[in-house]
Design a protein around this ligand. Structure first.
Ligand SMILES: Cc1cc2nc3c(=O)[nH]c(=O)nc-3n(C[C@H](O)[C@H](O)[C@H](O)COP(=O)(O)OP(=O)(O)OC[C@H]3O[C@@H](n4cnc5c(N)ncnc54)[C@H](O)[C@@H]3O)c2cc1C
Length: 386
């Protein structure tokens, strides 16, 4: 039997109960902050505290650390429901859950204490992999960690595009410890943001404004050996696969948000004496949007369930990459259609749809761009693609 022939279990009753909880949380804590999104490029720490209180940080983490020991299915549900009302604050939850998984899966007691503090709302995390000259090509990273005579490490170099980098208490940061070993010579460190020699500069981006992204400059930053994780390139590649499922869920929520807005606008806005949605050309745009939404919903749920079934990552790459690719392409189409339906008013700050369309533009770029997903899919088809 091939891997794809396995039966797909339906979401459990527990997962749907969890969805109801996430939806209520999102309505209370994330929706009211949506309007702040375009004007304010600062992260509302109160949102992180609210997430921790609601049990949304550490969804898959062990109970002994304060986590809920649920799975990727529930993490995806959380992403979708929060993104449905506020896609940018959803990404702040995603960063926490990806970074804390590295800490509790690959760390010792000291790292697990940081993960626990993160889950309890006492330590905001950032995940620092990308560098100015190492984007999709993670193997090209240059931030160096050199061992000192007393066993500590000194970190030097620059990280770029680090979401919450200037807000976080701890950065889970990938550095080169032994360049002669290439990707096998990379290790993660849990670095305090207030460490001497570390400074951050916000990068003014058009997207993700309330979860801002930073340049992180490391100048001889001393990190104790106890803060080195037993994880490097391979572990982050595995982590990226889980992150891609969650990213797909985030964009699914964003698409639903845009579609809900476009449907109500098409029903209410009248031209030529009738709602614009009564024109077949506008109705077809909305129908096409729904096709994208349904397809992304099924692919993402399928990939999350396959992840939770414990299959080796090599067996679910097709599921992960097809979900991530379709979600990130579809969200651009759906938000562009919504923008078109908004007409001239859609291009003003009086309607929310331009913000939706702008935010969607980051989708095909991050966590392995469109080309990187196509390459992964082609390789699964046994095509020699480098
Ligand atoms: C808002 C935002 C938040 C982010 N948050 C984080 C974060 O929290 N932590 C973190 O570590 N990183 C983060 N990133 C980094 C993000 O994951 C990188 O931007 C991404 O990896 C792309 O890197 P790049 O911009 O250097 O593009 P490049 O890698 O330079 O790519 C540029 C273009 O070339 C294409 N390309 C590259 N290689 C190939 C190839 N082999 N074949 C064909 N085409 C190729 C790409 O698809 C893309 O179209 C964030 C980025 C953004 C924009």
């Amino acid at each position: 039997m091939t891997a794809t022939a396995r039966p797909i279990p339906a979401n459990s009753i527990e997962a749907e109960t969890f969805r109801d909880m996430c939806r209520r949380f999102a309505a209370a804590e994330a929706a009211p902050r949506w309007q702040e999104a375009d004007r304010d490029s600062s992260f509302p720490r109160a949102f992180y505290l609210a997430c921790a209180k609601a049990g949304l940080i550490g969804i898959s983490a062990p109970e002994e650390l304060g986590g809920t020991e649920l799975g990727c299915v529930e993490e995806a549900i959380c992403m979708e429901e929060v993104a449905r009302v506020n896609p940018n604050l959803a990404v702040s939850i995603l960063v926490q859950n990806v970074a804390n998984a590295l800490l509790y899966h690959h760390g010792d007691d000291e790292h697990r204490m940081i993960a626990q503090a993160n889950i309890e709302g006492r330590a905001l995390l950032a995940l620092a992999v990308t560098e100015p000259d190492a984007g999709n090509d993670v193997q090209a990273l240059r931030v160096m960690a050199r061992r000192t005579a007393d066993g500590d490490w000194l970190l030097d170099g620059i990280k770029a595009f680090i979401t919450l980098g200037g807000d976080a208490d701890v950065l889970v940061l990938l550095a080169q410890t032994d360049p002669s070993k290439g990707r096998r010579g990379m290790q993660f460190f849990a670095v305090d943001r207030t460490s001497p020699g570390l400074r951050t500069e916000q990068i003014a981006a058009y997207v993700n404004r309330p979860a801002p992204t930073y340049r992180v400059v490391l100048d001889n930053v001393r990190v104790p050996e106890a803060r080195r994780l037993n994880a490097g390139f391979s572990e982050i590649m595995a982590g990226f696969n889980r992150e891609r499922i969650l990213v797909a869920a985030r964009w699914l929520g964003h698409m639903r948000h845009a579609q809900e807005w476009a449907l109500s606008y098409a029903r209410e806005r009248e031209q030529f004496g009738r709602p614009i949605g009564a024109n077949q050309s506008i109705a077809f745009l909305l129908a096409q949007n729904q096709v994208d939404i349904e397809a992304v919903h099924h692919l993402t749920a399928h990939a999350a369930r396959r992840w939770d079934s414990g299959l080796p990552i090599s067996e679910i790459i097709m599921d992960v990459s097809t979900a991530k690719l379709l979600a990130t392409q579809a969200v651009v189409r759906v938000t562009q259609n919504a923008l078109h339906i908004g007409g001239g008013w859609g291009l003003t700050e009086e309607l929310p749809v331009m913000r939706m369309a702008l935010d969607a533009l980051v989708a095909p770029v991050t966590v392995g761009s469109t080309e990187i997903q196509l390459r992964a899919i082609a390789r699964q088809l046994d095509l020699p693609c480098d």
